[in-house]
Design a protein around this ligand. Structure first.
Ligand SMILES: *Cc1c(COP(=O)(O)O)cnc(C)c1O
Length: 380
């Protein structure tokens, strides 16, 4: 319990959280219907969800999976990344980006980021490419798209695959193109606190139709479900030719996703408004430096972050006023599994010291953002 007599609280007297989990009011009824049907595994609802992802966001060949991590792992596998290979990525991400590289037997190689926005800096990629490099993984930090044209040009010069970790970036666009329609592989997450949730879930888009068919086959053990009829003796007719996984989404989870697509554009517009409000309200605050975003791409606004001086005091000040804040993730290279903290990632190390994110989610109101702005402007 928070002591509201000693702690000045936000409008509504409740602490303001970093994230919320959105469940559309129609979801309980819709999921209950699927449960009552007893058709729980991958079926009609998954297919309908995939159709909606393609239609509403322009995703190319989306295959619904049971997590964003599964999407990353399967993308790497289908891209042919394996033992002894290397994949270049930024360290400003969640460990899922690099752990899936390790799962294939390959090695994550970290490139530096832009201090200005947390995304991989294409200028730091090329000198890290070796004969073992197979792919570049672009992580769209907070939902703001990476420099995809520059990354694709480097990949093309060296014959590398491009895999996007778009866990934060559903609905984002880059130079007029949808994220999910640009690179060889794009991976989305529908985990509980992401903008669009199925509880847990994800999607993998492969541009090449043959690779997309491989994704659909290998998400379910490596069996081509559509073309493996059940024989007279009751067994599916198939011949397993390569390793697959049990990565498909289930129908009741897809139904939550379908319900949550209701009003999704409106909720994204709400996020955009809140971000504009933050940017306006926090212009020219001493000790606060905004991230720099270009106008040729639109962020999905999963996070709202910036750099602050004296971050511990900043976060304590917000906490004392009932407002959550978070770094969300520090550079993941520091993990022993990934080789330990790298001092050649100069901008990453600077970013680790000063970045912070303030609440941005579907339940957040303009009044709350106003209160957060006023609290920050008091100084820390
Ligand atoms: C959430 C997230 C993932 C993993 O997604 P899951 O659906 O939780 O497996 C991968 N990368 C990033 C950057 C994420 O934030």
């Amino acid at each position: 319990m928070t002591d509201s007599t000693s702690t000045p609280l936000a409008p509504g007297e409740k602490p303001i959280s970093m994230f919320s989990t959105f469940v559309h009011p129609s979801a309980p009824q819709r999921v209950a219907e699927v449960l009552a049907s007893t058709m729980l595994s991958e079926g009609k609802q998954v297919k309908a969800f995939e159709e909606q992802l393609a239609e509403r966001f322009g995703l190319v060949h989306p295959a619904a999976l049971n997590s964003g991590t599964s999407a990353l792992h399967l993308a790497l596998e289908v891209a042919g990344v394996g033992a002894g290979d290397e994949v270049i990525l930024s360290a400003q991400t969640f460990i899922a980006s690099a752990i899936t590289i390790v799962q294939t037997g390959a090695k994550p190689v970290f490139a530096d980021i832009y201090y200005e926005n947390g995304n991989i800096n294409p200028a730091d990629i090329e000198h890290r490419i070796t004969a073992r490099t197979k792919a570049i993984m672009a992580v769209h930090w907070g939902g703001y798209p990476c420099d995809m044209d520059e990354i694709r040009a480097i990949a093309a010069r060296h014959g590398l695959a491009v895999i996007e970790d778009a866990a934060h970036a559903i609905g984002a666009t880059y130079r007029g193109q949808a994220i999910g329609a640009i690179s060889d592989y794009t991976c989305f997450s529908f985990q509980a606190i992401k903008h669009l949730t199925t509880g847990d879930g994800g999607a993998l888009c492969a541009l090449d139709p043959a690779k997309a068919r491989e994704v659909f086959r290998r998400r379910w053990f490596g069996i081509d479900r559509a073309n493996s009829p059940v024989s007279e003796t009751g067994e599916r007719v198939y011949d397993l030719t390569d390793v697959g996984y049990k990565y498909h989404l289930s129908d009741y989870a897809a139904t939550l996703g379908l319900a949550n697509l209701n009003g999704f554009e409106e909720r994204m517009a709400h996020r955009r408004q809140l971000v504009a409000q933050y940017q306006q309200g926090l212009a020219n605050v001493p000790g606060l430096k905004h991230f720099e975003h270009q106008s040729d791409r639109e962020s999905a606004n999963w996070l709202f972050g910036f750099h602050v001086e004296n971050r511990p005091a900043f976060m304590r000040h917000l906490k004392a006023h009932g407002i959550a804040s978070s770094v969300v993730h520090d550079g993941i290279d520091r993990n022993t599994l990934f080789g330990g903290k790298r001092m050649d990632l100069v901008q990453q190390r600077r970013f680790d010291e000063t970045q912070v994110h303030v609440p941005l989610h579907d339940d957040l109101t303009a009044e709350q953002v106003d209160y957060i702005i006023r609290t920050i402007k008091q100084g820390w």
